[in-house]
Design a protein around this ligand. Structure first.
Ligand code: NAD
Length: 283
């Protein structure tokens, strides 16, 4: 029971990636992330600044393009250029995108071998087909946390709340690949509490504070809270009533849970993409 330290897991992963990056640099490869920031949104900028800082401390170079009120075509063009640039190993486009523009349409410009945050629908399709592909870093982070906590996933009852292409669906696919029995809940699910209470592993990715309370959680379960919400008071909280749930289950806090692990996974993916010659080698 109690809180799972995401920052600690993130640090362990980052240490391993730093070693890989140093090895690549010795061979003359400078792992490089191309990142497109299509907004002047302040919280996006501060997230990107911190990602850049962490990347640089472990030896990953950054090519950053900031665009102010761009059209979807402009964003797609810059992302496409980064994807064809041989000096760039991984490509990431930050949200929010211009109104009406779909992440999948921008992600489609990223070659799957450089798609370090699984934004290309082809990557999701390959994941579903069991082919080598990058899953979205957040989805991989959920699995890393479960691994680190030594949760046995074979035949475990896993419930994923949320079905987005960037979190819910890929998490469900990764859990199936780990031999869990997976239920996906979403906005149309009836009796969410009844479904969630069956879970040994409960992953929540909705974007609603306190959607999940103690009545949704089986005693002794592990709960991974992916949600990021800003309250009226300006606090960052997840989707789970952490104070209530930590009494009966293990749970990742927000902040300090999935978020830092996601960053570490993203860095690992960049190193992986830089070290691989073919997509078959990246995962
Ligand atoms: P989304 O809006 O694309 O999807 C939300 C999902 O929740 C939908 O599938 C919807 O069906 C489901 N849903 C909505 N209301 C529901 C309800 N009452 N009961 C059950 N399901 C319901 O969001 P997303 O991009 O998947 O992100 C989800 C959350 O995760 C957000 O808070 C986001 O900020 C956060 N997030 C965190 C990270 C991270 O690294 N920690 C990364 C991506 C997203």
């Amino acid at each position: 029971l109690g809180l799972i330290e995401g920052r600690q897991i993130a640090e362990i992963l980052r240490g391993a990636t730093a070693v890989d990056v140093a090895g690549l640099r010795e061979k003359g490869v400078a792992p490089t992330l191309g990142i497109v920031v299509p907004t002047d949104d302040k919280s996006t900028a501060s997230y990107v600044d911190s990602l850049v800082r962490v990347a640089e401390t472990i030896g990953i170079d950054i090519r950053r393009t900031d665009l102010v009120e761009p059209s979807g075509e402009e964003v797609a063009a810059v992302v496409g250029e980064l994807s064809t640039n041989p000096d760039v190993h991984g490509v990431l486009c930050q949200s929010p995108l211009p109104p009406g523009v779909l992440l999948g349409d921008i992600g489609a410009q990223i070659h799957p071998s450089k798609d370090v945050d699984g934004a290309n629908p082809t990557s999701l399709g390959r994941l579903a087909a069991g082919l080598p592909a990058f899953a979205p870093a957040t989805a991989q982070a959920v699995i890393e946390i479960l691994r680190h906590e030594q949760v046995g996933l074979r035949a475990a009852d896993a419930v994923v709340v949320g079905r987005s292409n960037i979190v819910g669906k890929p998490v469900a696919l990764l859990l199936v690949a780990e031999d869990a029995t997976v239920t996906v809940c979403h906005s149309q699910t009836e009796d969410l509490a009844g479904q969630a209470r069956r879970a040994d592993v409960l992953v929540v990715a909705v974007g609603r504070p306190k959607l999940i309370g103690a009545e949704h959680v089986k005693r002794g379960a592990i709960v991974v809270d992916v949600g990021i919400n800003v309250t009226g008071e300006g606090d960052i909280v997840g989707d789970v009533d952490t104070a209530a749930v930590e009494q009966i289950a293990r749970i990742t806090p927000v902040p300090g849970g999935v978020g830092p692990v996601t960053t570490s996974v993203l860095l690992r993916n960049i190193a992986g993409a830089a070290g691989a010659k073919r997509l078959e080698e990246v995962t």
